[in-house]
Design a protein around this ligand. Structure first.
Ligand SMILES: *[C@@H]1O[C@H](CO)[C@@H](O)[C@H](O)[C@H]1NC(C)=O
Ligand SMILES: *[C@@H]1O[C@H](CO)[C@@H](O)[C@H](O)[C@H]1NC(C)=O
Ligand SMILES: *[C@@H]1O[C@H](CO)[C@@H](O)[C@H](O)[C@H]1NC(C)=O
Ligand SMILES: *[C@@H]1O[C@H](CO)[C@@H](O)[C@H](O)[C@H]1NC(C)=O
Ligand SMILES: *[C@@H]1O[C@H](CO)[C@@H](O)[C@H](O)[C@H]1NC(C)=O
Length: 422
């Protein structure tokens, strides 16, 4: 009885809103309770009856449902390249690696210490930040930026220029002469855009409609469960995996200091006793655990998980990108198509100007298996033993000899399809 009249009241309230089409956007956002942000309810799968009745949005003007994409990856697995598929789309607000700052705040950058920290608290902080970013509240991020932003303005936003939205109007009002469209944001944005106004970032996020976030900090897909269950979000997780041998080779190139022992091993053929095998081991464990979880289709992940191998994306970019976009439920823009055409077979025009670590413009075909020329067979054999289950699960062939390793005419990537969960 009580519940019923409460619902009626709510329905009346929602109905009265319907006549105020012009003011509806503001109202909808300031309403509290389950009708808050009608678009959120609308985008939700109608599996929760309670929410459906309260949020039935047939009164609201039709607006494309907001998409919340998580590019779930690990360091050096090709996520910068993959992230461009969203960064290049004008409907996406793309954020690159925002959890980095949270991790910094929770640790003092000693990787050994990281493991002993309160894992649950850190993962909780990750999820809080992701939820706030998905709902376009950038002020929440301020807690983690060092030095602390003044008047919601900061010059220390982590890798701002990796986000096209943060280098475009209204966030960056680079007066008059905007740069030619084929110049990457990385080359001009930090110089021309000035400090970042986080209020403007939030506004730009709201206006773009969809949010895509790339992260390499969350260990397992299970750590994201409360976000997939959150009725305010329509989260879709794109799990990007890559051959762990390639990941290791790429990390050795990108972080030579951290991988000094590995490089010594690679160059001399002698394995130093102090080489740290634990990092690549946990990378493999986490990757396999997430893939196993995702492919088993638990209820909380159903329709929300897509496994993508970087190698497939690198070799058949157009085809895989279409698959990703159809999973997400959006049309791939021409802009994205153009970017793909340019970057899957590219000549890097001036490599010296590029920050090697995060370069995305390169011939993806040529780089997918180039690790095979960069690692000694001894290292490869060790990683194959550490990661054997992961290699088998994801369809990466092992090699038994140095000759087999170097023979690029035979691909080590088995043909596999990992069916999108529907
Ligand atoms: C990090 O934490 C360790 C252990 O508490 C401490 O010894 C070290 O001084 C800290 N380093 C920094 C840079 O704060
Ligand atoms: C940031 O942008 C908002 C919205 O345009 C504006 O009101 C505010 O004054 C700006 N902050 C600074 C410090 O310029
Ligand atoms: C790449 O550059 C080389 C030499 O500069 C040129 O001959 C070749 O045609 C270029 N290839 C493409 C695909 O642009
Ligand atoms: C490993 O050694 C080979 C041959 O000495 C070298 O070409 C390659 O660049 C090295 N790999 C890394 C990641 O340093
Ligand atoms: C991986 O290696 C372990 C230990 O040698 C073995 O028990 C396991 O069966 C192997 N898994 C695969 C998929 O080969």
């Amino acid at each position: 009885m009580m519940e019923c009249s409460w619902k009626t009241l709510l329905l009346l309230l929602c109905a009265s809103l319907a006549v105020q089409f012009t003011a509806i956007r503001t109202l909808r956002d300031s309403l509290s309770g389950p009708c808050q942000g009608g678009y959120r309810c609308q985008s939700r799968h109608h599996r929760d009856l309670r929410w459906r009745t309260l949020c039935d949005d047939s009164w609201f003007p039709v607006e494309p449902p907001r998409k919340h994409i998580l590019l779930f990856a690990t360091t050096r697995s090709g996520s910068s390249f993959t992230g461009q598929l969203f960064n290049q789309h004008s409907g996406f607000f793309y954020v690159f690696g925002p959890l980095y700052r949270v991790q910094q705040a929770f640790t003092n950058s000693s990787s050994r210490l990281r493991r002993t920290l309160d894992r649950r608290a850190l993962l909780g902080a990750y999820r809080d930040l992701l939820l706030n970013l998905y709902t376009c509240d950038f002020h929440f991020l301020e807690n983690y930026i060092r030095p602390e932003p003044q008047d919601h303005v900061t010059s220390a936003f982590f890798r701002r220029s990796s986000s096209h939205a943060l280098c475009s109007p209204p966030v960056c009002s680079e007066e008059g002469n905007s740069p030619p469209s084929d110049v990457p944001d990385e080359l001009w944005c930090p110089k021309k855009c000035g400090a970042l106004n986080l209020t403007l970032a939030s506004m730009s996020c709201v206006s773009r409609g969809h949010v895509a976030i790339k992260t390499v900090r969350v260990p397992e897909v299970g750590d994201l469960r409360t976000l997939t269950e959150d009725p305010r979000l329509d989260l879709k997780i794109i799990h990007l995996v890559r051959d762990p041998r390639a990941i290791l080779a790429s990390r050795m190139m990108a972080f030579p200091d951290q991988f000094r022992a590995w490089k010594f091993w690679n160059a001399t053929g002698r394995q130093p006793r102090y080489v740290d095998l634990s990092q690549i081991t946990s990378t493999c464990k986490d990757m396999a655990a997430s893939a196993n979880t995702g492919l088993q289709r638990p209820v909380w992940l159903r329709g929300r998980y897509l496994l993508v191998r970087y190698e497939d994306l690198a070799l058949k970019t157009r085809e895989k990108a279409s698959e990703i976009y159809s999973f997400v439920g959006l049309k791939m823009e021409d802009r994205v198509q153009t970017w793909i055409a340019k970057n899957t077979n590219a000549n890097i025009s001036s490599p010296s100007e590029w920050n090697y670590m995060y370069t995305t413009t390169r011939d993806s075909r040529a780089t997918a298996e180039s690790w095979r020329l960069r690692l000694s067979f001894d290292i490869v054999r060790t990683v194959q033993n550490l990661c054997n289950d992961t290699l088998a699960l994801l369809g990466y062939k092992k090699v038994d000899s140095s000759d087999e390793l170097r023979d690029l005419s035979k691909s080590l990537v088995e043909h596999r399809t990992f069916h999108p969960v529907t």
